[in-house]
Write a protein that binds this ligand. Structure first.
Ligand code: SF4
Ligand code: SF4
Length: 661
C-alpha cells in the first residue's frame, strides 16, 4: 500500500482496512514517497489537498507545520488571510498540545480565508485543512507523542518561480514595484545573481511561458519589469556593494573561478557573499563570457554588463584577464598555488561549422557564429572596425542565429537571409527575436537546408540550398526531414555564417587534470555540479551544452552552495529545494485544470522600441524600457499565484537544520 488516506483535488481516499486500494488518477505517487535516500515522506500537503503515506504519520502535526508556514508567509495586505492564518496556526498549536478547540469554527475561518483573500496564499492554502476537517476529523484530533524525530520542509512557490532556473521570487519583486520600491525589488533578484539589468534585457523568459496570466490576456512582462527595477535605481547594481568587501582573513579558503561568464560570475558572487577569497581567471580581455561576446550591443549594452560584473570587485574578488586554462595555467597549478576549490565555467567556446569539406580551411566569407559575433563586438564596442560587405546567409534557427543575422543587417548594406531546416514554429529562437529580425528586413527560409558553399577564387559567392519537407515522426518525436528533389537553389552572398551550435574546447584540459566528459562532450558533473576531480566543480555551458544566461547563472548559484558544503563539511550533500522542484515537476503539481479566477481585464504593456528603419543601421539599444507608469500598470497584472508545498519526513533532512517540531 502506498497511500493510506488523504484528499486530493476534492476526492477522498481511505485505503485503511480495505482491499479496494485507490489513489489519485494521473498522480504518479512513486515520485512523492521518498524525500532523500532512506527518508520516506510521511505526509504531503499542497493547494490540491493532502496525502498521508505512512501508518505512523500524524495529520495534526503535519497540518500545524504547514499552517505555521502559511502564517509566516501571509503578507498582511488582506485581513482574511492575515487574521485567518494566525487564528488557524494558533488553533492547531493548541490542538497539538492536547487542548480542546472548536473545529467547526476553524472550518468557517478556513472557508472565509479561501473565499475572500486577495492572492494565492490565502485563496489556496486553506484547502487541505478544509478537506481534513470535513473528511478525517478523527485523524486530525490525534495528538502525536512528544519529541518525534521527524523532519520537514516547505516551499512557497508559484508557476513563474518554478519555471525560473534560479527560482527568483518573481511575485515578490513585482510587489515591490507596485509599492514603488525598486531598490527592494532589485534586492530580491540580487539574492540570486548580480546581473540584474542584463538578465532583465536578454532573459529567455521561461517564467513568462509558465505565467498563469497566459490563460487570460497574456503573460506578465516579467523580464522587462526586472529590467525596470535595475534601470530605475539611477545607478548600476555594483554601486550597491560599494564598501561591502569583507575584511580578508588569512583563514578564508581561496576559490579559483575559471571563466568570467554568467555562471562563473554568479558562483564568485555567492562565494564572496559567504566570505571566501575569490579570484576569477578569464581568457578574454573583459568579464561577461558569452553574454559579452555572444549577445550584441543592441540587445545588451556592454557598459551595463561590465558594471554589473564589477560587483565581484566591489565584494573583494579579483579578476585575472588574458589567462587561459591549458595555455597559461593548469588545474594542478591552481591547487599548488593554494586554492582550496575550483569552479570551471569556461563555456562552449568552439563554434561549429556546417560540415563542408572546406570547414578547416581559411575561406574568405565563411565563419562560425561565435567568431563573427566576437569580431562584431570588438568592432562595435572597441572600435576595431570589422570589414563586412555584401549579402549574408546565416544558417540556424536559434538565438545565436538571430544575434548573427540582426548584427549582420547592421554591418552591411546588403541583404541578410536566414535558412533553417525546420518550421518557424519549431525554431528554438525566441519568437520575439524572429519577429524583430523580420521587421529589420531579414529574409527567412524555413524547411531549407544548406548543401554546399559556392566559391570563386577562394571566396564565398553563394550558398547552395535545398527545400525540405516533413516526413513521419522519428523515435525522438521530431519529424523526419526529407529533401525535395529538384528544389536546389543558390542564394548569392559574400558571407555564410554557421550558427548551428557550439561545443566545449576539450583541448584546454590535460589527461592529468582528471576531468571526465559525458557522451555529448560536456564536462561530466553530478547534480551538485561536482566533476570527476575532488574539489573541482563545473557549470554553465561547459557542463550542460549551450544554455541561457539564466541557466548559467542558476548553475553558478548551485555550484557556490556545493563548494561551500564541500569546504565546510568535506562532502556535497542533499539539496531539499531541488528535490521539491523535482517532485512538483514530475507530478505536474502546478498544472491546474480549473479556470483562473475572474480578474479585471488588463492588457500587457507594450515595450517601446526604436523603429525598425532606424535601428537596422546602428547598434543602439532597441528596447527603450518601460516608464514608471507602464511598469506599475504591468506589475498590477500579477496575481501572486503562490502555492505552498510541504512534506513531513520520517527522519530529519540532512543538510537542512529545520526539524519539524
Ligand atoms: S498573502 Fe495574499 S491573501 Fe495573504 S494577506 Fe497577503 S495579499 Fe492577502
Ligand atoms: S501572475 Fe504573477 S505570480 Fe502568477 S505566474 Fe504570473 S508572474 Fe507569477
Amino acid at each position: 500500500m502506498r497511500l493510506h488516506y488523504g484528499v486530493w483535488d476534492g476526492v477522498v481516499y481511505d485505503n485503511r482496512g480495505t482491499a479496494d486500494y485507490k489513489e489519485p488518477e494521473g498522480l504518479d505517487l512513486k515520485n512523492l514517497l521518498q524525500f532523500n535516500n532512506g527518508n520516506p515522506v510521511m505526509t504531503f500537503i499542497s493547494h490540491r489537498g493532502f496525502l498521508v503515506f505512512h501508518p505512523h504519520a500524524n495529520l495534526l502535526f503535519a497540518m500545524n507545520k504547514y499552517y505555521s508556514t502559511v502564517k509566516d508567509n501571509s503578507c498582511g495586505k488582506c485581513t482574511p488571510c492575515r487574521s485567518g492564518s494566525i487564528i488557524i496556526s494558533q488553533a492547531l498549536e493548541k490542538a497539538l498540545r492536547g487542548d480542546p478547540i472548536n473545529w467547526e469554527n476553524l472550518l468557517d475561518i478556513a472557508r472565509m480565508m479561501r473565499n475572500t483573500s486577495f492572492c494565492g496564499v490565502g485563496q489556496t492554502s486553506p484547502v487541505a485543512l478544509i478537506e481534513a476537517i470535513k473528511a478525517f476529523p478523527g485523524d486530525l484530533k490525534l495528538v502525536p507523542l512528544p519529541d518525534m524525530p521527524w523532519g520537514g520542509y516547505e516551499v512557497m512557490t508559484a508557476p513563474c518561480i518554478e519555471a525560473c532556473p534560479a527560482h527568483v521570487n518573481v511575485p515578490r519583486y513585482i510587489d515591490y514595484i507596485k509599492a514603488g520600491r525598486t531598490d527592494y525589488a532589485t534586492g530580491v533578484v540580487l539574492r540570486h545573481y548580480p546581473l540584474v539589468g542584463s538578465c532583465g534585457r536578454v532573459c529567455v523568459r521561461l517564467c513568462e511561458k509558465a505565467c498563469r496570466r497566459n490563460r487570460l490576456e497574456g503573460a506578465v512582462d516579467i523580464k522587462n519589469l526586472k529590467r525596470y527595477c535595475a534601470d530605475s535605481l539611477g545607478y548600476t547594481v555594483d554601486k550597491m556593494f560599494e564598501g561591502a568587501a569583507a575584511e580578508p582573513s588569512e583563514f578564508s579558503p581561496r576559490i579559483a573561478i575559471i571563466g568570467a561568464g554568467p555562471s562563473g560570475l554568479t558562483c564568485a558572487y555567492h562565494l564572496l557573499l559567504k566570505g571566501y577569497k575569490v579570484e576569477v581567471f578569464e581568457a578574454q580581455r573583459k568579464a561577461g563570457g558569452m553574454a559579452l561576446v555572444g549577445i550584441p550591443q543592441y540587445r545588451l549594452p556592454k557598459d551595463i554588463l561590465l558594471a554589473e560584473a564589477n560587483t565581484i570587485e566591489q565584494l573583494g574578488g579579483k579578476f585575472h584577464y588574458g589567462r587561459r586554462l591549458g595555455k597559461d595555467f593548469t588545474l594542478d597549478d591552481l591547487f599548488n598555488e593554494g586554492f582550496n576549490a575550483v569552479f570551471i565555467g569556461v563555456g562552449c567556446a568552439k563554434g561549429m561549422k556546417l560540415g563542408f569539406p572546406e570547414d578547416n580551411e581559411q575561406i574568405e566569407g565563411y565563419y562560425n557564429g561565435l567568431d563573427f559575433l566576437l569580431q562584431v563586438e570588438r568592432g562595435v564596442v572597441e572600435g576595431e572596425a570589422p570589414s563586412f560587405s555584401g549579402d549574408f546567409v546565416v544558417v540556424g534557427g536559434g538565438n545565436v542565429a538571430m544575434d548573427c543575422s540582426r548584427s549582420a543587417v547592421r554591418m552591411t548594406d546588403g541583404k541578410v537571409h536566414v535558412i533553417y531546416r525546420r518550421t518557424e514554429a519549431q525554431a528554438p529562437a525566441d519568437p520575439l527575436e524572429i519577429k524583430a529580425a523580420k521587421e529589420e528586413g531579414i529574409e527567412f527560409h524555413f524547411l531549407t537546408a544548406q548543401k554546399e558553399l559556392v566559391l570563386e577564387n577562394g571566396k564565398v559567392t553563394g550558398l547552395r540550398c535545398i527545400k525540405l519537407r516533413e516526413g513521419a515522426p522519428e523515435a525522438n518525436g521530431r519529424r523526419k526531414l526529407i529533401e525535395i528533389p529538384g528544389t536546389e537553389f543558390v542564394i548569392p552572398c559574400s558571407n555564410v555564417i554557421s550558427a548551428i551550435g557550439q561545443r566545449i574546447d576539450q583541448s584546454i584540459f590535460e589527461q592529468k587534470d582528471n576531468i571526465l566528459f559525458d557522451k555529448r562532450g560536456n564536462i561530466s558533473v553530478t547534480e551538485s555540479l561536482a566533476t570527476s576531480r575532488p574539489g573541482v566543480f563545473a557549470g554553465g555551458d561547459c557542463a550542460t551544452g549551450p544554455t541561457t544566461l539564466i541557466g548559467g547563472m542558476a548553475q553558478g548559484q548551485t555550484a557556490a552552495e556545493s563548494i561551500h558544503e564541500y569546504l565546510t563539511r568535506g562532502s556535497v550533500g542533499f539539496e531539499p529545494r531541488s528535490r521539491m522542484t523535482q517532485m512538483i515537476k514530475k507530478c505536474n503539481l502546478l498544472e491546474e485544470t480549473e479556470p483562473v479566477l475572474p480578474t479585471i481585464h488588463q492588457d500587457r504593456q507594450q515595450m517601446p522600441e526604436l523603429a525598425p528603419e532606424i535601428r537596422a543601421h546602428n547598434f543602439e539599444e532597441v528596447e527603450l524600457g518601460l516608464t514608471p507608469e507602464e511598469a506599475k500598470k504591468e506589475a498590477e497584472r500579477c496575481m501572486r499565484c503562490y502555492r505552498l508545498f510541504g512534506v513531513v519526513t520520517q527522519l530529519p533532512i540532512p543538510g537542512f537544520n529545520q526539524k519539524a517540531q
